[in-house]
Design a protein around this ligand. Structure first.
Ligand SMILES: [Zn+2]
Length: 302
């Protein structure tokens, strides 16, 4: 009897704990409930995040997941949560691991990203990608069925506000931080910020040559000034503005080291050979330090 009571209490504890904490157990592994009606999904650590925001007037999806099987899982989760339509897909960037699965949601969804997104998506998508994926496994072949490239129906300039039901979405362009069109999505009432791939979580990011460190740092300043309670990065676990502080530290130090070495007359090749960032040795993506040095070097003059 005593044991029965104890195990009943344990069940109570588990229900109370997980029921009130951030796990969205009912949606399956990889889902995190960040606020009422707001869920973030990443099938595994390091995958791109894709999110569901429920409103009285329908559903908004932010990014459409790492790969097609994940996109279908996100769609299944939407169907579990609501019978309302998916109204919008909002992209935080243009790369495949955030945009390839638009076909799963649109139609009916209208896809939105900043000016330059369509061009960027076309540039970054291998036309044979669907075929290559389909050859990987029967599951993947099933998941890419019906694929067609869906580029944004709406491209805006600098800022856009969407009012849907009880929620407001502020779309804020982030210049030169990661892809051809990056945007932060800010929900001011809920104080939830989707931060694109300007910052991830303790990972050296693959920086493209057009990225400018000063612009990346400016994006952190801007996003911190919104005073978000929750920050959802493009990749990595749901966090807070502490990720901006961490990356600010990383890029500031990187830029300082590159500038100091260049002033000593060292060439880019020499800098790449000598420069180390031991303070960040535990971050993932160490093989990307070289491209980060390239970008820091070109950021000195532009
Ligand atoms: Zn990307």
């Amino acid at each position: 009897m005593k044991t029965g009571l104890r195990s009943a209490c344990f069940v109570c504890f588990v229900v109370l704990f997980f029921g009130s904490a951030s796990w969205a157990q009912d949606l399956g592994p990889g889902f995190t409930k960040v606020k009422d009606g707001i869920y973030v999904y990443a099938a595994k650590d390091g995958n791109s995040t894709c999110s569901i925001v429920l409103t009285e007037e329908g559903v908004v999806i932010i990014d459409t997941c790492q790969s097609p099987p994940d996109g279908h899982k996100l769609l299944a989760a939407v169907k579990k949560l609501t019978d309302k339509h998916i109204r919008f897909v909002i992209d935080t960037e243009v790369h495949n691991d955030h945009t390839f699965d638009h076909f799963i949601f649109s139609p009916p969804a209208i896809v939105i990203n900043h000016e330059g997104a369509t061009e960027g998506m076309k540039k970054n998508t291998d036309p044979k990608r669907a075929e290559t994926l389909a050859a990987q496994s029967p599951e993947m072949r099933e998941a890419v069925k019906g694929y067609r490239m869906v580029t944004p129906h709406i491209e805006y300039k600098n800022r856009m506000t969407i009012n849907l039901g009880e929620r407001t979405f502020e779309l804020i362009y982030l210049k030169n931080v990661h892809s051809e069109a990056d945007e932060a999505i800010w929900l001011p009432k809920e104080r939830v910020l989707f931060a694109a791939s300007a910052a991830n979580v303790r990972t050296i990011i693959n920086l493209r040559p057009f990225v400018r460190i000063q612009d990346v740092l400016a994006s952190y300043k801007l996003m911190k000034s919104l005073n978000p309670e929750i920050v959802v990065p493009g990749h990595g676990a749901v966090s807070t503005t502490k990720i901006f502080d961490e990356y600010e530290g990383f890029y500031t130090l990187l830029l300082k080291r590159v500038t100091d070495m260049a002033r000593q007359g060292k060439s880019l090749d020499e800098i790449k050979k000598e420069l180390k960032m031991p303070e960040y040795a535990d971050w993932a993506g160490q093989d990307r330090l070289g491209v980060n040095i390239d970008v820091a070097y070109s950021s000195m003059t532009k």
